[in-house]
Structure formats: structure tokens, C-alpha cells
Design a protein around this ligand. Structure first.
Ligand code: ADP
Ligand code: MG
Length: 380
């Protein structure tokens, strides 16, 4: 933390010049262990907050402007404070901070003139939720210590992404960025918006493996899946797929287009897998946990159709490495990361083995992130 603080102070000084005082806000990325594409269907998810995080350093300005600099992209954007409430998206990374600022103003938290420096260790566009980390850290920075209900913060940041950036994401990413816990994953009920901590067995390690690819298809497919699920729910006569059962789906199979049938089957079985995974976790059944991850991957690949060659290769290859209990794609899909459950006593061999195999097959070196369950957002 001391290193991060020193780095941010220096960067801030370089970009904005000397300041009397500076505050730093942190919001974590996350890895979702299981429960994929279930959040916008109001089901269950089991993410954990990571020690990879987005940091926003702030100091006040005196000229009525809001300026945001991304240290990752070496680029700045600036607005007059009066512009913020009626701002329009520009199809640029700055839509995330600007969207958050707009939502804050609209929710009755006026934004003050400020300089913001954003720096993230969450790899962008890799399924570890750099976007929610950015939104939440910027929201806290703009609030500048003003109190807000945690759930209101979650909803506000999600609105920024849904309505301003234009990505119809569910609530998981912002939720876990705010409510994440040190030492535990959290199971979120995306309908009641309650959660509970789930501790992982002592003898397992979690790794995210970055495929280093992001296929364009992901951008366009996500809203299509959201819509397919809505249509399937309507055809089954339920408010959301959270309420659908496998038995009812099978009974109505003929009345649904095949794609809707398979999307619904993924969501229904995935919700069940989250519950089964937690039970296995609490019973210390490592084999069972691993098998559920693999089932989840195959369901995402075959029924939900959001995997890709690189992710399939990473999963199948991981399963052949000694000590690997299970693996699956994590995040929206079409690239990004896999999440891998590995026996602790075999953890050392995992990274070199998967890197070597992937490098040989695709000529890319996958980044590996050991996943340590970390705390939710706050001031550094
Ligand atoms: P994910 O959330 O899985 O990382 P998204 O596509 O939802 O992927 O969000 C990634 C986008 O968030 C980036 O393309 C960029 O616009 C924005 N972003 C994330 N981190 C930063 C950062 N440090 N600086 C500027 N923009 C960022
Ligand atoms: Mg995102």
C-alpha cells in the first residue's frame, strides 16, 4: 500500500502539479468463481474482490471544472461542472467517470470542481471488472467523504454503466466492488440484493489466467443474450429466469426457439451450480467444487455460446495439469480470463505449465493473477 500511495502521489504531482492535500480511493476488481450470466437474470453469483484494484487520487480545483486523467491511458478529459448533469456519452473511456458524475448529480450529490487521477492494476476488458472498479473508485472520489448508502452507491454506478456507457450489465460487478470481503467470496442474491460470505477451503488456490484476447463479438453478443433471456422468461411466464425450473422448461421446450431454450437451460442449471458449489465448499469437497466449475464452463460454451477457442483451450489444458481441480471461463466471455481452482500443494507448477502450453498453441503469453480475496472499496 505504501508503494501504491507513493506512486500515485508522484503521478499526481507530475500531471497536476503540487497540491496541499490529496485523497486516494480504492475499488477492487473481482473474479467470479461461479454464477455466470445469472446476475441480470436475478439469480445467484459467487464473486470475490481481488487485490487488483482501481485507485482514484483527488484534489480540489478552483476554476469550476472537473478533470480526469487516466494514468493507464496517459490521457485526460475535462468538463465544466454545469455540463455534467446533461453530458452525453462519447464512446470513450471517460464515459465511465463522466457517467458516474452525472448519476451523482442527478441523485442529489453535486459534483465539486476537482482533479482526478485514475490508475488501475485491473487489466481492462479481461473479465475481471476493471469497469466497475473504475466507477466505484471515481464515485467515492467525487463524493469526497460524503456519506452514501452502500447499496445506493452500487446502483448508481450500475446506472452509469447501463444508461450512460450503454452496457446492459447486471449488478454483480459494482456490488462486489463495494461489498467484497477480505478472506472470502460473497454469494449475492441478485434479486433480494442480500449477500453472505463464503470462505474457501484452506487447501485450495485460485488463479485467473488471461487469454490476452478480446473478440469483438463479445460487445454485440452480451445485449443479445440479455434479450434472449428476457424473451425466454416471457415465454415461460416468469418475471425472470430466476423463477424458471428445469422441469417447466422441458415441458415447454417445443414452444421456445432452440436458442432461447438453451440460454434458459444455462441460467437455470447455473443457479443450481452456485448453490451446489457453496455446499461443496462448506463440506470441503474439492473434487465436487472443481467438477461444478467444469460443468459451468461447458454450459457457457454449449448452451450459452459465449466461450471461444482460446478459453476452451485454457480450460481443457488446465484440467490436464497436476493438482488442477477445475477451471472455467469467467466474466462475459469471448476472451478475457479463466478461473482455476488448484490444490495449494501443486500451485507452484500451475503457472509455468499453462503459460507454456498456451504460448506454444497461440504464440501469446497469458498473464496469471493469483487471486486473494480482498476487501471492498474505501479510502486508502
Ligand atoms: P472489464 O470490466 O471486464 O475489464 P469492460 O469492457 O466492462 O471490461 O470495461 C473496460 C473498459 O473500462 C475499458 O475499455 C476502459 O474504457 C475502461 N477502463 C477500465 N480501467 C480504466 C482505466 N484505468 N483508465 C481508463 N479507463 C479504464
Ligand atoms: Mg466491465
Amino acid at each position: 500500500m505504501a508503494g501504491t500511495q507513493a506512486f500515485l502521489k508522484q503521478a499526481f504531482l507530475r500531471v497536476f502539479g503540487p497540491v496541499a492535500s490529496m485523497r486516494i480511493w480504492r475499488a477492487p476488481g473481482r473474479v467470479n468463481l461461479i454464477g455466470e450470466h445469472t446476475d441480470y437474470n436475478l439469480g445467484f453469483v459467487l464473486p470475490m474482490a481481488l487485490d487488483l484494484a482501481c485507485y482514484t487520487a483527488t484534489a480540489p480545483r478552483s476554476d469550476g471544472r472537473l478533470r480526469v486523467f487516466s494514468e493507464n491511458y496517459s490521457e485526460a478529459r475535462e468538463w465544466r461542472i454545469e455540463e455534467v448533469s446533461e453530458a452525453r456519452p462519447a464512446g470513450h473511456w471517460s464515459d465511465y467517470p463522466l457517467g458516474v458524475a452525472r448519476e451523482l448529480v442527478r441523485a442529489g450529490y453535486p459534483v465539486r470542481p476537482m482533479n482526478l487521477l485514475v490508475w488501475s492494476t485491473v487489466p481492462p476488458g479481461s473479465g475481471l471488472s476493471s469497469s466497475a472498479a473504475l466507477e466505484v473508485s471515481v464515485a467515492l472520489a467525487l463524493l469526497d467523504g460524503r456519506a452514501i448508502e452502500p447499496l445506493e452507491l452500487v446502483r448508481l454506478c450500475r446506472r452509469a454503466e447501463n444508461e450512460f456507457v450503454g452496457a446492459p450489465c447486471g449488478i454483480m460487478d459494482q456490488y462486489v466492488a463495494v461489498f467484497g470481503r477480505e478472506g472470502a467470496a460473497i454469494c449475492i442474491d441478485c434479486r433480494s440484493l442480500e449477500h453472505r460470505a463464503v470462505r474457501l477451503p484452506e487447501d485450495v488456490a485460485i488463479f485467473a489466467v488471461n487469454s490476452m484476447v478480446k473478440h469483438e463479438l463479445g460487445q454485440s453478443a452480451y445485449p443479445v443474450r440479455v434479450q434472449e433471456c428476457r424473451s425466454a422468461a416471457a415465454a415461460l411466464g416468469v418475471e425472470s429466469l430466476r423463477d424458471a425450473t428445469l422441469a417447466e422448461l422441458e415441458r415447454r421446450r417445443e414452444s421456445l426457439p432452440d436458442n432461447q431454450y438453451r440460454r434458459a437451460r444455462h441460467v437455470i442449471t447455473e443457479n443450481r451450480r452456485v448453490e451446489d458449489f457453496i455446499r461443496a465448499c462448506e463440506a470441503g469437497d474439492l473434487t465436487g467444487m472443481g467438477r461444478l466449475l467444469v460443468d459451468s464452463h461447458r454450459s457457457l460454451r454449449d448452451d450459452y455460446e459465449v466461450s471461444c477457442e482460446e478459453l476452451d483451450f485454457l480450460v481443457e489444458t488446465a484440467l490436464g495439469i497436476p493438482g488442477v481441480l477445475g477451471a472455467r471461463m469467467t466474466g462475459g466471455g469471448f476472451g478475457g480470463c479463466t478461473v482455476n481452482l488448484v490444490r495449494k500443494d501443486a500451485a507452484e507448477g500451475f503457472a509455468p505449465a499453462i503459460q507454456d502450453a498456451y504460448q506454444r498453441r497461440f504464440g501469446l503469453t497469458p498473464q496469471i493473477y493469483p487471486c486473494v480475496p480482498s476487501a471492498g472499496a474505501g479510502e486508502l
